[in-house]
Design a binder for this molecule. Structure first.
Ligand code: AMP
Length: 619
């Protein structure tokens, strides 16, 4: 029997279980639902307060946790105990963030640079999953308080460029907060849903989602066909946003009033005061032509025109990202049907105009840009609850996924831009007689050698029964589920030995990392092809040497002396060629050795077949 609860606020009856949509943002987070009566998506907020919960966590001396506005108040006074932007740490190692280490005013552990980062507060260590779970717990509690009903199921949004590790980390954070995360969906997909794109299943649209928040920027190109969403490409800059607009105004005032960096460093209340007034000015200029105020003995003023000149280079940088996204998606500006604006900074008129001019069409900005992602997540939650069957969500893999094969080569199983959910499988075999285990190393990236790609996971398939080399059939299957999480299964088909892992990668990737990896694969394409050819030739050469040696040790007595001499010489020549790493030389020596061994190998084969035939009787 389904549980029914009474909504004390409205007096209405409602189902006990409600699936909420959560935008777990870098700066702010919020929850939305589909209103049970109006069927419209709404954000949840307490009376007279904002729907936005700052994604800030404060730990006091005794380990008590506060989240949101209350925690934000400690940012200046207790920076070591107040954690912001924890989303930037999701699925990352210290190596991944070290170039931006100054950004974090709290302690990010740097002694193990390879494994996932932790944050230290006092004597306690917190993973980014723990931190996000605190934010999610706060959102869950608020939602339960407002709805007067238990909230245990959620759809959570993540940036389209989040990799498997980051999606998994987000899911784990949900679990820790007591939420059953039914689906992780991409933020741009959610934003498009909030505008109702794709509702009509005959609707075919290519959408650009321009998301400029407080500290991050990304642009995604989506395609909707028959109610199916597909992310064609993503691009952006994880360290560009409205905060940089504030900084530009602050610098402008400092130049005008001869305030030095030194002064700011020594006077925290001066720097904080200027920063807050710069943000006020920016917001004010979204609706007015000029801003003026006094602070201490300073007269601070800035006009909209001056502000626009200041931020023009930043806006241009985002348009450059838009251009890259279009190129990656293989679509032209004219093919973009719709532009969706997301993030508080898209309220700046100069941003809207620049984006509209760039794509040569008006932008969609009628839905509150801070809420649009959460509202879309609520719509997706409603679809999952079975209330709206018009949609199906589909995403793509941003980078190829594959295995390491002989010689350190990357063997791609799921190519980049594959639609998910997806699966792929391939058979492999052993290289040595009696080999009892096989190492399965999973990589992500576009380069031909795994050393240039990212290792996601590694495990050993063990207990393979002893068999001659080449006989075991190890089938490796990759399965990416609808959340973009990868499961790798390896099974030896003859014996049934099997092992599965859910990939919990050690390293995270930012969108700029993804972009760099793609660029690298293009700039290094020529040398990669050459290296792959050399590795393949070397592997073949080494295998031939091993096989020949094996053959000789078994059949030396049946081979003539001069044949043995020639073979030894050819083997030596091949060995030498291998050490010289010359592909053409290796290939010619492989042919030479084959040429010499072929006559006696065939002769012995004939004899063996003859012997076998003799032993048979025909009835
Ligand atoms: P988000 O991360 O999407 O919440 O965006 C927050 C950013 O939007 C911050 O940099 C805010 O200063 C900025 N923002 C909020 N309201 C406005 C406004 N009216 N005009 C310009 N920027 C704004």
């Amino acid at each position: 029997m389904a549980k029914i609860a009474i909504n004390i606020a409205t007096g209405s009856l409602q189902q006990a279980e409600m699936i909420v949509g959560i935008d777990l943002g870098t700066t702010n987070s919020l929850v939305a639902i589909i209103h049970p009566e109006t069927k419209q998506p709404i954000v949840l907020k307490e009376h007279n307060s904002s729907s936005l919960v700052p994604s800030v966590i404060h730990f006091d001396e005794s380990g008590n946790v506060t989240v949101g506005d209350e925690a934000k108040a400690y940012l200046e006074t207790e920076p070591q105990q107040t954690i912001f932007s924890s989303k930037r740490l999701m699925g990352k190692s210290y190596n991944d963030i070290k170039n931006n280490a100054d950004f974090f005013t709290y302690k990010v552990i740097d002694d193990d640079t390879e494994s996932l980062v932790k944050v230290q507060v006092g004597q306690q260590f917190y993973s980014p999953i723990d931190l996000s779970s605190h934010i999610l717990t706060e959102l869950k509690n608020r939602a339960e308080h407002i709805l007067k009903t238990p909230v245990t199921k959620a759809v959570i949004t993540v940036p389209a460029y989040f990799n498997d590790a980051q999606r998994q980390a987000t899911r784990d954070a949900g679990k820790l907060a007591g939420l059953d995360v039914l689906r992780i969906i991409n933020e741009p997909t959610a934003a498009s849903l909030a505008y109702g794109f794709g509702v009509d299943t005959n609707d075919e649209k290519t959408i650009a989602v321009y998301d400029l928040g407080g500290g991050t920027f990304d642009v995604s190109i989506l395609k909707i066909v028959n109610g199916i969403f597909e992310v064609l490409s993503t691009n952006g800059n994880t360290y560009l946003g409205g905060d940089d607009f504030d900084k530009a105004i602050m610098q402008f005032w400092m130049d005008e009033l001869n305030i030095t960096n030194e002064q700011l460093r020594n006077d925290k209340s001066l720097s904080q005061g200027l920063r807050l007034r710069a943000e006020d000015a920016k917001k004010y200029l979204s609706n007015h032509e000029s801003f003026e105020t006094t602070f201490l003995h300073y007269n601070l003023s800035v006009s909209r025109t001056q502000f626009e000149t200041l931020i023009q280079p930043l806006i241009d940088a985002t348009l450059h990202n838009c251009n890259n996204a279009l190129n990656d998606a293989g679509v032209t500006k004219n093919e973009i049907d719709v532009i969706v604006m997301v993030g508080g900074s898209t309220r700046v008129p100069a941003v809207k105009n620049a984006v509209s001019n760039f794509f040569e069409k008006p932008v969609n900005d009628t839905v509150n840009p801070d809420e649009v992602v959460a509202l879309g997540a609520a719509i997706q939650a409603d679809i999952l609850a079975g209330n709206n069957k018009d949609f199906l969500l589909l995403d793509i893999t941003p980078l190829s996924l594959g295995l390491e094969t002989m010689g350190g080569l990357m063997d791609v199983l799921i190519p980049r831009n594959s639609k998910i959910p997806t699966k792929a499988g391939r058979q492999y075999t052993t290289q040595k007689d009696g080999q009892g285990s096989m190492r399965i190393s999973v990589f992500q990236g576009e380069r031909d050698l795994v050393k240039d790609n990212r290792k996601l996971a590694e495990f050993n398939l063990t207990n393979i029964p002893g068999m001659p080399a080449g006989l075991p059939k190890v089938e490796v299957n990759f399965l990416i589920n609808a959340d973009g999480i990868l499961m790798v299964t390896a099974k030896e088909l003859r014996s049934g030995v099997q092992q599965t892992i859910e990939v919990k990668p050690q390293y995270g990737l930012s969108d700029s990392d993804v972009e760099k990896m793609l660029m690298d694969s293009i700039t290094h394409a020529k040398e990669d092809i050459a290296v792959r050819a050399l590795v393949e030739a070397s592997t073949e050469g080494e295998q031939l040497l091993a096989a020949t040696e094996n053959f000789l040790s078994k059949h030396a007595s049946s081979i003539q002396q001069d044949e043995l001499m020639d073979t030894a010489q050819a083997m030596q020549a091949l060995q030498l060629a291998l050490t010289m790493a010359d592909k053409n030389l290796i290939q010619s020596k492989i042919e030479a050795l084959n040429e010499i061994s072929r006559p006696y190998a065939e002769r012995l084969m004939d004899e063996a077949v003859g012997a076998a035939m003799k032993g048979k009787t025909i009835e």
